[in-house]
Design a protein around this ligand. Structure first.
Ligand SMILES: [Zn+2]
Length: 127
């Protein structure tokens, strides 16, 4: 295993902005957004965060319901809820991915890949 595989792709010096999809030079490992003006908070990070906050509203209860019912016994209302939630989550995610592509935004895979490479887990950060 070499140093690059330990750091993961987000440890690379050149990143791809998760919002505008432009290449940029990272000032720290795991940086996911460009910040050409060196603003306190990257304008791309602000735009990404605002859009995803709005998008997350309708998705969150569906995700929670899906997680709560993922081992539901077939034929139960819980199993029906699980299928409904999964179908809705899939359709909404497809719509958002299509919107991102149409608007030439960065791929969510770049964002999640950088998050994964940082080895930082949300549940650890909020505890
Ligand atoms: Zn950007």
């Amino acid at each position: 295993m070499n140093a690059d595989s330990v750091k993961g792709s987000s440890g690379a010096r050149i990143g791809k902005c998760a919002e505008c999809a432009q290449s940029f030079e990272r000032s720290r490992a795991g940086q996911r957004f460009c910040n050409p003006t060196r603003a306190k908070v990257s304008p791309c990070a602000k735009a990404w965060g605002a859009r995803n906050t709005a998008r997350g509203g309708p998705v969150l209860p569906l995700l929670q319901a899906w997680a709560m019912t993922r081992h539901a016994k077939p034929g139960t209302r819980e199993a029906d809820i699980n299928r409904y939630a999964r179908r809705e989550i899939t359709a909404i995610a497809k719509l958002f991915n299509e919107q991102d592509q149409a608007d030439d935004r960065g791929s969510v895979l770049d964002y999640v890949g950088a998050l994964m490479d940082s080895a930082s887990l949300f549940v650890d950060r909020i505890r």
